[in-house]
Design a protein around this ligand. Structure first.
Ligand SMILES: Cc1cc2nc3c(=O)[nH]c(=O)nc-3n(C[C@H](O)[C@H](O)[C@H](O)COP(=O)(O)OP(=O)(O)OC[C@H]3O[C@@H](n4cnc5c(N)ncnc54)[C@H](O)[C@@H]3O)c2cc1C
Length: 413
C-alpha cells in the first residue's frame, strides 16, 4: 500500500528542516525525505558552517521561528558564536551539533523522516503533484500527499513533477566552492583572509596551478577551533554527474595545494585537512518558476513588508566565476526585505512550493535569498503554506502570515 501524507518535503537542508516543522506545526502529517545520512544540507554535508541572513548589518536579528529554534539549541550546546561581521553579519557553528539539534526538533514535532532516500521521480495529474518515488537499498517506494515542498536545492522534485523550472539565471549559475576544514592550527594563531590571500598569490606567482580563490571566507569554528575556508572554486553543471565528478576531483586537488600554502604561514606548520565537503558546495542550480520572481530592486531598495511571509537580510553576494572575488551589493533601509508568498509558489503547479536556494529570484536577488538563514525562513513559510493548501485546497498570504505568527516567526509589520 502507498503511504499517504498531507505534506511531503523533499530535501533536509535548512529549508527542508524549516518546511517540515512549518508544515507539521500547522497540523499536517508530514514526511521529510533526505538522500544523505543526516539533516542540515550544506551545513552538515558541505562544510558551510556560517548561518547568514539572520541579522542586519547592525547586528539586529530579524529572522526567528525555526531559525531561532536552531540557534537556541546550538547556544545550549555552546556550539554557535555570537553574530559578528565578516563582510556581512553571520554566526559560526559546529556542524555535528546542527545534526543533533535538527534531529531533536523534527522528532519532538512528530515529523516522519526518511534518510538515505533519494527522490527520483514524481507523478503529475491535473496540474498537481500527486506522488513521489524514492529509492533506498530495498528498492523504490511510492508516497502520496496533498501538497509538496521542493527543498532539494537542485529543484529535483519540481523538475520530476513537470513544474516549470529554470537552470540558474541569464544562462549562468554562481560558481561552486569546496569547503575545506583545517585542524592542527593552535587557537592563539591568527589566520586571516588577508594572510592566506597573500600566500595564495605568492604561490600562484611561483607557478602553483591548482589554486583558485584568494579572498573567500576564513573562520574559526566553535567547539573544535578548526579553521574553515571557502577558497577552492569550481565551475560545473550540478545536474550532470560526470561534470560534477570532474569538479569534485579537481577541487580536492586544490584542497591539498591550499594545505601546503597554509603550512607556510607562521604557527601553521602542523596544519592538516580534517575533511573536505564531504560534497562540493553548489551555490545555484535549478529554480522553481514562481507566480512571482523576487527582483534585485526589491532586495536592495526594500518596500513595506506587510505582505511578506519570510524575511531576507543577506546582501547580494554574487560569485561570478571560479577564482574571481565575490561581488557585493548591500540592502538599503531598514536593512532587510520581505519575500512574498508567490515567490515560493509554483506558477503552473498549485500544490507545489519551494524553499531555500530553489526559490525564484533574478540573478542578483537569487544571490541574496539563497543563504541558510533565509532558507530556514522561506522553508518554514513554504511548509506552512503547503499544510494550509493540503487542508483547504488553496491558501493566501493573510492565512500563511497568521500561521507563521502562531509559530513564532515574528514577521515585522
Ligand atoms: C561554498 C559555499 C559557501 C556558502 N556560504 C554560506 C554561508 O556562509 N552562509 C550561508 O548561510 N549560506 C552559505 N551558502 C549558501 C547555502 O549553503 C545554501 O544556499 C543553502 O544551504 C541553501 O539551503 P537549502 O536547504 O535550500 O539547500 P541545501 O542546504 O543544499 O539542502 C538541500 C538538501 O536536499 C537534499 N537533496 C537534494 N536532492 C535530493 C533528492 N533528489 N532526494 C532527496 N534529498 C535530496 C540534499 O542532500 C540536501 O540535504 C554557501 C554555499 C556554498 C556552496
Amino acid at each position: 500500500m502507498t503511504e499517504h501524507y498531507d505534506v511531503i518535503v523533499a530535501g533536509g537542508g535548512s529549508a527542508g528542516i524549516g518546511a517540515a516543522l512549518g508544515a507539521r506545526r500547522a497540523g499536517a502529517r508530514t514526511l521529510l525525505i533526505e538522500r544523505a545520512s543526516c539533516l542540515g544540507g550544506a551545513a552538515t554535508l558541505r562544510n558551510v558552517v556560517t548561518y547568514c541572513g539572520l541579522h542586519t548589518q547592525d547586528l539586529r536579528q530579524v529572522v526567528f521561528g525555526v531559525a531561532e529554534e536552531m540557534l537556541a539549541g546550538l547556544r545550549k550546546l555552546g556550539a554557535v558564536t555570537e553574530p559578528r561581521r565578516f563582510t556581512a553579519v553571520t554566526v559560526v557553528f559546529d556542524p555535528e551539533s546542527v545534526k543533533r539539534v535538527a534531529d531533536e526538533l523534527c522528532d519532538s514535532a512528530g515529523v516522519e523522516m526518511l534518510l538515505h532516500s533519494h527522490l527520483l521521480s514524481a507523478t503529475r495529474q491535473d496540474e498537481r503533484v500527486t506522488a513521489v518515488r524514492v529509492a533506498d537499498h530495498s528498492g523504490v517506494h511510492e508516497y502520496t500527499a496533498a501538497a509538496f515542498v521542493d527543498a532539494t536545492g537542485e529543484g529535483d522534485l519540481a523538475r520530476h513533477a513537470g513544474a516549470e523550472v529554470r537552470y540558474g539565471n541569464e544562462g549562468r549559475v554562481l560558481n561552486g566552492t569546496l569547503g575545506v576544514r583545517f585542524g592542527g592550527i593552535p587557537v592563539d594563531v591568527p589566520v586571516t583572509r588577508e594572510a592566506i590571500g597573500a600566500a595564495v598569490r605568492a604561490a600562484k606567482e611561483a607557478g602553483v596551478t591548482d589554486l583558485s580563490g584568494e579572498s573567500g571566507l576564513i573562520a574559526r569554528m566553535p567547539v573544535s577551533g578548526d579553521v574553515i575556508s571557502y577558497l577552492a572554486d569550481e565551475g560545473y553543471d550540478a545536474r550532470d554527474a560526470a561534470d560534477t565528478s570532474r569538479a569534485e576531483r579537481s577541487a580536492r586537488r586544490q584542497a591539498q595545494e591550499y594545505l601546503k600554502v597554509i603550512r607556510t604561514l607562521p604557527g601553521c606548520a602542523d596544519a592538516y585537512i580534517v575533511n573536505t565537503g564531504p560534497e562540493l558546495g553548489t551555490r545555484e542550480s535549478r529554480h522553481l518558476v514562481g507566480r512571482a520572481q523576487l527582483s534585485e530592486e526589491e532586495v536592495l531598495r526594500p518596500g513595506p513588508v506587510s505582505d511578506a511571509v519570510a524575511i531576507g537580510a543577506w546582501p547580494v553576494e554574487d560569485h561570478p566565476g571560479p577564482g574571481l572575488p565575490a561581488e557585493w551589493k548591500f540592502i538599503g533601509d531598514p536593512g532587510y526585505y520581505g519575500i512574498p508568498l508567490d515567490v515560493l509558489r509554483s506558477r503552473n503547479t498549485p500544490n507545489l512550493f519551494a524553499g531555500g536556494r530553489t526559490v525564484d529570484g533574478d540573478r542578483r536577488a537569487g544571490a541574496s535569498v539563497r543563504v541558510m538563514g533565509t532558507a530556514f525562513a522561506t522553508g518554514q513559510a513554504a511548509g506552512a503554506a503547503a499544510a494550509l493548501t493540503a487542508r483547504d485546497g488553496d491558501t493566501d498570504t493573510t492565512t500563511v502570515r497568521a500561521e507563521l505568527d502562531r509559530q513564532g516567526a515574528r514577521l515585522p509589520d
